[in-house]
Design a protein around this ligand. Sequence first.
Ligand SMILES: [Fe+2]
Ligand SMILES: [Fe+2]
Length: 299
Amino acid sequence: MTKLAAVSTENLAAAAKTSEEWDSFLRQKYDPASVAEEVPKPKDAFRDYESALTEQPKVSQFYAENHEKQTLSFVLSQKAKYASLDKLTMGIWEAMEKLNALVDDSDPDTSLTQIEHCLQAAEAARRDGQPRWMVLTCLIHDLGKVLFFLGEPQWAVVGDTFPVGCRWSDKIVYPDFFARNLDREKERLQTPLGIYEEHCGLDRVHMSYGHDEYLATVVKGYLPEEAVYIIRYHSFYSAHREGEYRHLMDERDERLMEWVRKFNPYDLYSKSDDAPKIEDLKPYYQELIAEYFPEKIKW
Ligand SMILES: [Fe+2]
Ligand SMILES: [Fe+2]
């Protein structure tokens, strides 16, 4: 069993910063009202990537690297690397505590730790009377970020996800950054269908690799299919928010994508003034976790 990689504190802090900036970038783009007080920026401020490079350099540099390096062959190698689930043995709550080490000390605006983000999303779903599996999904949806502790670089952990092996939608954020992706040279990968068949279903499509795909693999045997689906596609913004890639989706996707859309507001929901009280909530969530998961699972 692999031990957690010795990742330096600086690397974790940098990972936390990117992760936090990326979350806040998504909130600005898709739920501007939620960040109106936090960051007073117009809705379309980051459409123009030239100015984004100077205005929000960390996020745009992150995307430049992500779009360049997430090739079909990279995705296939990551899938092969993590399919065996032989890296860690760890409980769900343990993974949440692990992620809490991803705190960015250098950023005074960092509002929530990872565990608080998870709890806040779950609490909002609970208040809305969502089914228990949905509350649990909100709680654990980002746990795939333990990839940071396995030594993966930021561009291979976070960022919104997109299909590889076919042409990129121009609704993906910063589409111009795909110019340096080597798959651009391969004609077969540059048609709308690429290596896929029409309406083949997204589970046959290779998505850019990150915390979504990884966690979906980890929890597959334990949660209902809707939950696994939400986890796998929660960062697939060009599909669930922009309506792209329907030519690859089948009827099952059309049905299940609705759950991703129900989930998304809980993911974007964030208010720093009501940080959840972790110790008070812990008993409730430990019971909920135990309904679906054994004490430890393989990662
Ligand atoms: Fe996420
Ligand atoms: Fe999230």
